[in-house]
Design a protein around this ligand. Structure first.
Ligand code: NDP
Length: 241
């Protein structure tokens, strides 16, 4: 997959899966506009990959809209930023729920709106990939707000796929299982929980960021021109186990 001459917006580009997506895109000829939170990551992305990097807290709706507009014009969009907080359902706080929905659900909508508006105005085609999770398909203990926020993201993906396709813009979702990133350390550092999860993955391992990035880039590319509105698990068979 070649992305020579293409500009791609990647949110959550500073760490984990987003960072690997940036590395692969740059290797394949793309210019990346990175949206991420930490200042150190912004500097690293500029230095290491020559990205145009914009520092933004995606929990802030106004700042997100401003950053999305500043990132344009672009050929493709990858909504990868995500966050989690572990709380049992009965102890899930309104504050944590709102934070997760703001970052995992609302921010992808805001960024995609600005991206799609600009393409439609210019009459250009495009593609969006939203990074969801297997957590949108199943109930994972202590992940109530996270599961809900990713389920909401899937709903957005499907509506975008229907409403934007007539304008030549596809939208798809990618659903990783546990992937070895800083987020996974936060969510799966309890060896007992990790072992239970691993047992349900037929390929017998957790994912690497590159496993997810390859699928994201495929769905973005013209090779996937007829793929629209899907929720693609990248889970080593977790969903059939
Ligand atoms: P990481 O925590 O490793 O990286 C997340 C990136 O998103 C960081 O660069 C982080 O920046 C950025 N980010 C988070 N919150 C904000 C915010 N409010 N504003 C701006 N940037 C923000 O996560 P992963 O790479 O593991 O996850 C990437 C995506 O994959 C997420 O959507 C996640 O839900 C999903 N996923 C991950 C799985 C896993 O096991 N790792 C499994 C299934 C899905 P900063 O560090 O500066 O806050």
């Amino acid at each position: 997959m070649e992305f020579k001459g293409k500009t791609v917006i990647v949110t959550g580009a500073g760490k984990g899966i987003g960072r690997e997506i940036v590395r692969m895109l740059v290797e394949r000829g793309a210019q990346v506009v990175a949206l991420t939170r930490s200042g150190a990551d912004v500097e690293a992305l500029r230095g290491e990959f020559g990205c145009r990097a914009i520092q933004v807290d995606l929990a802030d709706a106004d700042a997100t809209k401003e950053a999305a507009i500043a990132a344009l014009p672009a050929d493709f969009l990858i909504n990868c930023a995500g966050t989690t907080e572990l709380q049992p359902f009965l102890e899930t706080t309104v504050e944590a729920f709102d934070r997760l929905v703001a970052v995992n659900t609302r921010a992808p909508m805001i960024v995609a709106q600005e991206y799609a508006r600009s393409l439609i105005k210019e009459g250009r085609p495009g593609a969006i990939v939203n990074v969801s999770s297997v957590a949108s398909f199943v109930g994972i203990p202590d992940h109530a707000a996270y599961c809900a926020s990713k389920g909401g993201l899937d709903g957005l993906t499907r509506v975008m796929a229907k409403e934007l396709a007539p304008h030549g813009i596809r939208a798809n979702g990618v659903h990783p299982t546990v992937t070895l990133t800083p987020m996974a350390v936060k969510a799966w550092s309890d060896p007992e929980k990790a072992a239970g999860m691993m047992k349900r993955i037929p390929v017998g391992r957790f994912a690497e960021p590159a496993d997810i990035a390859e699928v994201v880039l495929f769905l973005l590319s013209d090779q996937a021109a007829m793929v629209n509105g899907i929720s693609m698990p990248v889970d080593g068979g977790y969903m059939i186990a």
